[in-house]
Ligand binder design. Structure first.
Ligand code: NAP
Length: 173
């Protein structure tokens, strides 16, 4: 299978929660801006539940939605019935920057992890209650390339870290 340069993009809490009741459990507008800046102009691959949680096609990006449902049609999005077809669509629709983003949720992250080269991880330094989680990572496979520390505006002042993890290559291990 020929793959685009695949990156996972995720925000998770200290206890690896990514969602609750098909929503994000936190209010972190700064992370939504980060998400937009990274993905603009690139293909984004998501599960049907994540698409329905967002509630609309995100503009300026090729939205690729994965579902097993026949006749699931979303105008101005590409709907595919397997993760492999999502990667193929991501490759075909790829921008000059050659990067497609897998944006969740849990089911899709699990399936895409082994095919991905990079993870953009927002680590929220607080535990949250939730029902969907980001998979545990094997430290033998991933190298932390970057970490910056931030605090959200507003009353809560959540501490969050923007982390980039790159897949280790034989020469970087
Ligand atoms: N914090 C974050 O960064 C972040 C990012 C994204 C999402 N989330 C959260 O994650 C939660 C959603 O995650 P989730 O795991 O429940 O759902 P999901 O991964 O978004 O979507 C699951 C759906 O994708 C389809 N699917 C999965 N694998 C497939 C395959 N191999 N072939 C065809 N279709 C496939 C199925 O759709 P059908 O049932 O239609 O067949 C399945 O029900 C929400 O709470 C959301 O807010 C968080």
């Amino acid at each position: 299978m020929k793959l685009p340069f695949l990156s996972l993009l995720v925000a998770m809490s200290k206890n690896r929660v990514i969602g609750k009741n098909n929503q994000l459990p936190w209010h972190l507008p700064e992370d939504l801006k980060h998400f937009k800046a990274l993905t603009m102009g690139h293909p984004i691959i998501m599960g049907r539940k994540t698409y329905e949680s967002i509630g609309k096609v995100l503009p300026g990006r090729t939205n690729i939605i994965v579902t097993r449902q026949k006749n699931y049609v979303i105008p101005s999005a590409i709907v595919v019935d397997s993760i492999q077809s999502a990667f193929a669509a991501g490759l075909e629709e790829n921008s000059a920057k050659n990067e497609a983003f897998v944006i969740g949720g849990e089911e899709i992250f699990h399936q895409a992890l082994t095919f991905s080269q990079r993870i953009y991880l927002t680590e929220i330094q607080k535990t949250f209650d939730g029902d969907t989680f980001f998979p545990a990572l094997n430290s033998q496979e991933w190298r932390e390339a970057e970490r910056t520390i931030h605090f959200s505006e507003g009353i809560e002042q959540l501490e969050y870290h923007l982390v980039i993890l790159d897949r280790k290559t034989p020469s970087s291990t």
